[in-house]
Design a protein around this ligand. Structure first.
Ligand SMILES: NC(=O)c1ccc[n+]([C@@H]2O[C@H](COP(=O)([O-])OP(=O)(O)OC[C@H]3O[C@@H](n4cnc5c(N)ncnc54)[C@H](O)[C@@H]3O)[C@@H](O)[C@H]2O)c1
Length: 338
């Protein structure tokens, strides 16, 4: 069965391609390499023994999207990762984010509505919840006003899909709200490759650990948490990738409950910034150079998932511990910098 993975050479996409191929799916990747390296194809092939079909083009090119679906009329499902994801950049360049994250989504859905049967998985984010009133966060928690154009593209993206599904019964979709993906494949063949200064905690820590960054700034230690630092739900990227296969299979097998569903993907456990630093120090055997500085605008205090729905309905559960995920991220960092 042929599956289109957009952004399939990126961080989460590449790990998902591996899990799809491991389950016998035929994968076609579309990526414009704006935030990925062509070498990722080798990594995927080294792990799975199979090279996915690869088409390099920009999905903002609508005629190319149309031509793609004519050529690959046998695509049975689409997992849509391709997007721009830097929160800070989205504040500077909102239209780039609306064009890339929403324009492309519309083009894909326009093609899918033409099909007799279409199955669509969307990369959403826990940012849609903002600072939730209750923890852990269930899928029923209200969506709060977005803090950035990036966050807004995820909220509006979900609405675009929901509205489309409402009037198009032949399109079935699942939005997956990721908490904080970290780590790398245990083979060391693929992992996260941030361009420039990492925006996320774990790649910053591993880069600081290897000497690429002088010091990690911890943004605030006066939050109302046990050690005063912010709490997030860090999920191993391989666990996250496996959840995509489960969600896709649910749609392909017609097990879905309505043609638009939403799932949280996290571990269910919150870890503070200090606990993440301690995890790094444990698995790497070295001290991390960090300094507590002032709070950062827009940071929520705590966010961790209630994963009951994904556990029960998808039959999926995150298995890796924070230390295991951190170890894989550290092994990957050491390999890339060798
Ligand atoms: N990484 C996270 O922390 C996180 C959290 C929540 C949600 N998400 C979402 O998950 C998805 C994947 O994230 P990721 O971390 O793997 O990002 P990534 O940047 O590593 O992967 C995205 C891929 O899409 C490609 N791409 C972007 N725009 C494209 C276009 N117009 N045409 C073709 N290819 C294009 C990039 O080259 C890249 O390979 C994104 O939608 C992101 O918003 C990520």
């Amino acid at each position: 069965m042929k599956i289109l993975v957009t952004g399939g050479l990126g961080f989460i996409g590449s790990h998902t391609v591996v899990e799809l191929q491991n389950k016998g799916f035929e994968v076609v990747v579309v990526d414009n390499l704006s935030n990925a390296s062509i070498d990722v194809l080798d990594g995927i092939e080294n792990i799975t023994g199979k090279r996915p079909i690869f088409e390099e083009f920009d999905l903002r090119d609508k005629p190319k999207v149309e031509a793609f679906f004519q050529k690959h009329s046998d695509v049975a499902g689409v997992i849509h990762f391709a997007a721009s994801k830097a929160v800070g950049e989205s504040v500077e360049k909102p239209l780039l984010y609306y064009e890339n994250n929403l324009g492309v989504l519309v083009y894909l859905l326009q093609e899918l509505t033409k099909k007799e049967n279409a199955n669509f998985i969307f990369s959403s984010s826990c940012t849609v919840y903002g600072q939730a009133d209750e923890l852990p966060i269930t899928e029923n928690a209200p969506v709060k006003p977005a803090e950035s154009p990036y966050g807004n593209t995820k909220q509006v993206g979900e609405e675009i899909i929901r509205d489309t599904c409402k009037v198009t019964p032949n399109v079935k979709a699942i939005a997956l709200r990721y908490f904080n993906p970290i780590g790398a494949h245990s083979s060391g063949e693929i992992g996260e490759l941030p361009l420039g200064v990492p925006q996320n905690l774990v790649p910053f820590i591993t880069q600081a650990g290897i000497g690429l960054r002088d010091q990690l700034s911890v943004f605030g230690d006066d939050y109302p948490t046990a050690d005063g630092t912010c709490i997030r739900d860090y999920i191993h990227v391989v666990d996250l990738a496996k959840a995509h296969v489960k969600a896709l299979q649910r749609l392909l097998n017609g097990e879905n409950d309505g043609n638009y569903e939403v799932f949280n993907l996290g571990t269910g456990t919150g870890s503070s910034v200090m606990e993440v630093i301690q995890s790094f120090e444990r698995v790497s055997g070295q001290k991390l150079n960090y300094k507590v500085v002032g709070r950062r605008e827009g940071d929520v205090v705590q966010a961790y998932a209630d994963t009951t729905k994904a556990n029960r309905v998808l039959g999926w559960k995150a298995e890796s511990t924070l230390d295991e995920a951190m170890m894989s991220a550290w092994e990957w960092e050491k390999k890339v910098r060798r």
